[in-house]
Design a protein around this ligand. Structure first.
Ligand SMILES: *Cc1c(COP(=O)(O)O)cnc(C)c1O
Length: 498
């Protein structure tokens, strides 16, 4: 394998390439004997090739003098051993989230409860009755596993919707996420017809999920009413026509509006829908199922409330404030759910047994009054005092001469597009490294295992412990000690372009 040298290479660079051995020669050197005892010939060859390709690129970028490269070549066995180690690392890594953002979409949103994890492991280890009715021994629907629990969480007993004629039966189903739930509801109930929606709710949720675009893709026609800041019930009423199939209500999620604003309460929309015989569909989004009133973050609509107010159909995420696995819940009038069930597109967003296992266990925690076992609920309710004490403990354990730790007040965020203006009083460990600027120290923390993610605040690295599981406090201390004095520090002292 001879490298093809770029024509622009200087004579010097050309000479440098000649210092590199071939892969075959390299593997024959005595220092590779040990590596070949613990790794197969093909993986070692592959790693050696990767290392040599990387060095060639670095030569072409002018990164080596003759003597530095000669030294590097002498220790190629170390580079290949390191490469073998890296190539065995999973891409998905464990992270300690010290950002203070409880639902961090980039960090995987909701951590699952212990019982959800146990139920996943139990279900995944062998076979299960995913679509099999144990009573009759025949095929059944996978949705049965979560349906009754969802309806009970929503306060719907014996399968009928509360607050209306007790004979209206309800049903629920589970899809891949709330975006899919919303799309499927619109496509199943309003394709080729009109959907009335307020201009104040034509939002983008994040990750490119925009209500007007989803509506267009669903085949429904959007009938916008009102203005960005004010929509009245009469605006909806005046827009109703024979082509109207649905009234859509969207939780405003990731932005808040203040000042001269108005929109009808959900129960007003419901009353209008009943009079005109048009179903009201609420994209509730957060899945919040407990009251956050005691946290002083302002009134947050909950999923059971949407139901109490009489929405005919609601959609919510499983992995936002519900604190479960990624999925989308749809619940409401059985005739509407049946139309969604008949949609051939439903199959494209069905969820697997692991999701049902985690969802079922999470819902069970709520229904048995054990919701404190759900990490998201615990983090929401963690008291500022408790977090302060933990921060003081962590800061007190750090006796590293290169690391100065203080405890400072902080504000945690709910995140995930829920309650954007809500700030939860918290505390953070503020760290200053003697040798590293904050961005470089933050980068170093991302090289640890588990990875530590913090933020930079007032020129210090800030670690908000609200979003760190308390059982990780001791791990965090040893990671910080380790990180502060590791080889990584010396590599970072070279001015970086970060
Ligand atoms: C978050 C959110 C969605 C998207 O939910 P995913 O589960 O991320 O697909 C849709 N609608 C609202 C109102 C949301 O808040």
């Amino acid at each position: 394998m001879k490298s093809i040298e770029p024509a622009s290479d200087s004579c010097e660079a050309g000479n440098l390439y000649r210092l590199l051995p071939s892969v075959n020669d390299l593997l024959l050197t005595p220092s590779f004997a040990d590596l070949l005892k613990t790794h197969s010939h093909s993986t070692t060859t592959e790693a050696a090739r990767t290392v040599l390709v990387r060095i060639r690129k670095e030569i072409s970028e002018g990164q080596y003098t003759h003597s530095i490269l000669a030294d590097k070549v002498k220790h190629l066995d170390h580079s290949v051993a390191e490469e073998l180690k890296v190539s065995r690392c999973f891409s998905l890594r464990r992270v300690i989230n010290a950002t203070g953002v409880i639902l961090h979409t980039n960090l995987g949103r909701a951590p699952l409860s212990a019982s959800a994890l146990e139920h996943i492991a139990e279900t995944a280890r062998g076979y299960c009755n995913l679509e099999f009715d144990l009573e009759s021994g025949v095929r059944s629907r996978r949705d049965t596993h979560a349906e009754e629990l969802i309806l009970r969480l929503l306060g719907i007993d014996a399968g009928s919707i509360n607050g209306r004629d007790a004979t209206t039966p309800a049903a629920a189903l589970v899809v891949n996420n709330c975006a899919a739930a919303t799309f499927l509801a619109l496509n199943s109930l309003a394709e080729g017809a009109e959907v009335i929606v307020s201009r104040g709710e034509l939002v983008e949720i994040g990750g490119g999920f925009r209500i007007p675009e989803i509506l267009a893709k669903s085949g429904a026609r959007m009938r916008e009413v009102g203005t960005t800041n004010r929509t009245r019930i009469s605006d909806y009423e005046n827009a109703i026509r024979p082509e109207t199939a649905l009234i859509l209500r969207v939780h405003q999620s990731n932005f808040s509006m203040e000042g001269f604003t108005e929109r009808p309460a959900l129960d007003e929309l419901v009353a209008l829908g009943r009079r005109a015989n048009i179903p009201v569909f609420e994209d509730q989004g957060t899945g919040l199922s407990i009251s956050l009133d005691e946290l002083g973050v302002g009134a947050q609509p909950t999923l059971p409330e949407s139901f109490r107010f009489g929405a005919d159909l609601v959609a919510a995420s499983g992995d936002k404030l519900l604190g479960g696995p990624q999925c989308g819940l749809l619940a409401g009038r059985i005739d509407l759910i049946e139309r969604i069930r008949k949609n051939p597109l439903l199959r494209t967003s069905r969820v697997d047994k692991l999701t049902y296992a985690a969802l079922e266990a999470t819902l069970m925690e709520y229904l048995s009054g054990m919701e404190e076992s759900i990490p998201v609920v615990r983090m929401l309710r963690a008291s500022p005092d408790e977090i302060l004490r933990r921060c003081e403990w962590v800061a007190g354990q750090l006796n590293n001469i290169d690391l100065v730790a203080d405890v400072v007040p902080a504000h945690s965020l709910i995140g995930g597009g829920a309650a954007p203006s809500a700030r939860l009083a918290s505390s953070a460990v503020a760290l200053r490294h003697a040798l590293l600027p904050p961005q470089a120290f933050l980068h170093l923390l991302r090289q640890l295992d588990p990875v530590v993610i913090g933020r930079v605040n007032n020129d210090k690295v800030s670690l908000d412990l609200r979003t760190v599981e308390p059982e990780f406090d001791a791990t965090l201390v040893s990671l910080l000690q380790q990180g502060a004095q590791s080889d990584l520090v010396s590599s970072k002292r070279i001015p970086s372009h970060e």
